[in-house]
Design a protein around this ligand. Structure first.
Ligand code: GLU
Length: 365
């Protein structure tokens, strides 16, 4: 069942909604989506937008033959990206924040940590992050390639609990609705197997690079990490009233584990601890009793070699009580251990943040 009480959603909007005529941005379909985002935020929910449309929006600005080259598309994206951002910004009375990412960025540990920290800071400040692929720098192997998978990666790095893919089709059908009038919409998918991929067929009508295949790939990445995923028709404004009423109007992919379990398992079992941090009694109480972040002031000793973004064991009386992902590397943590957070910058000459380990990056053992 669709969990309407989600806390953090990534909403992916495809090119066919942003630039339906494939040559410039339009607000034709964006009003109901923007209203859904604004209403959700007013309810205290957090939203991250993954928006396509930069290539389509800039298409008319770059001279090209029938099929544009990669370089021509990159130039289109560079022009179209600012228009796409302005198009969204015109629909909101809060700040929109542009984030351009590549696959390379998401697979590089320190860049991944920076993306995660920036997202966290933007959400804390009530801005709306708007993510797209950085088309200027990304070709072929550097690219995620389609914004469906980019949206899934964004949901993972943002630790979202929901991904909503807005397309120009109602969801996944049991046959191709373009050729088969009896095709039925599949309201819920509990397991993504080869049959589901077969139903997804080839690329769809979307003007972006994705079709139903990439949507299923995105859904699979998310449900495996406890993130519910919906494919809905973003052209139909009733879809957003339905969502607001707590109903799933398209195809819902049900997560195969709970989000907390997925995150905890990943931290606990998949990430290898590269060192350990011994903490004092005050910090131990703050962690165990108040679910607090670990501050440098509570650290007594740092052991092992690790960099920012790697995992360490947190020990008290030399017994591991928690595991977490550090904001600072071993050398820097050793330099700031025992210090008040306001003295971090004076000690290191830079300041990443006041915590050694953020509570969202920590699991108690
Ligand atoms: N990054 C491309 C754009 O903004 C979109 C890729 C896609 O839609 O899958 O035009």
């Amino acid at each position: 069942m669709y969990q309407a009480n989600w806390k953090r959603a990534v909403i992916k909007v495809g090119s066919s909604l942003i630039a339906p005529n494939n040559n410039q941005c339009s607000q034709e379909y964006l009003g109901p989506i923007a209203e859904f985002i604004s209403t959700s935020r007013k309810q205290g929910k957090q939203v991250i937008l993954v928006s396509s449309g930069s290539v389509a929006a800039g298409r008319g600005k770059i001279r090209h033959k029938h099929r544009p080259s990669i370089t021509e598309k990159q130039a289109m994206a560079a022009i179209g990206q600012t228009q796409m951002m302005a198009n969204w910004a015109g629909l909101f009375d809060f700040d929109c924040a542009q984030m351009l990412l590549t696959s390379d960025d998401l697979h590089n540990r320190s860049r991944y940590v920076n993306i995660k920290n920036t997202l966290r800071e933007l959400l804390k400040n009530h801005a709306l992050p708007i993510v797209n692929e950085n088309d200027t720098v990304a070709i072929n192997e550097l690219k995620v390639g389609d914004n469906d998978n980019l949206a899934a990666y964004t949901a993972l790095v943002a630790e979202a609990d929901t991904l909503i893919i807005c397309s120009d089709i109602n969801g996944l059908y049991d046959a191709d609705p373009r050729y088969n009038t009896n095709a039925q919409l599949i309201p819920e998918v509990a397991t993504i197997d080869s049959r589901i991929y077969q139903l997804a067929g080839g690329a769809g009508s979307d003007m972006g690079t994705g079709g139903m295949q990439t949507k299923i790939q995105a859904a699979q990445k998310c449900v495996d990490s406890g993130i519910q995923t919906l494919i809905v028709n973003g052209r139909d404004k009733n879809v957003f009233t339905e969502l607001a009423k707590g109903r799933s109007p398209g195809t819902l992919f049900i997560p195969n584990k709970s989000l907390d379990n997925a995150r905890d398992n990943w931290l606990r079992h998949t990430l290898k601890a590269k060192g350990s941090i011994e903490i004092d009694q005050g910090a131990q109480q703050a962690l165990l009793q108040h679910g607090a972040s670990l501050l440098p002031s509570g650290i007594i000793k740092v052991s092992g070699q690790f960099s920012s973004g790697e995992a360490v064991n947190i020990t008290y009386n030399n017994t591991a009580i928690a595991k977490g992902i550090v904001l600072y590397g071993a050398t820097d943590l050793a330099a700031i251990k025992g210090l008040n957070s306001q003295n971090i910058e004076a000690s290191l000459g830079y300041f990443l943040g006041e915590v050694a380990i953020h509570r969202d990056d920590l699991v108690l053992l």
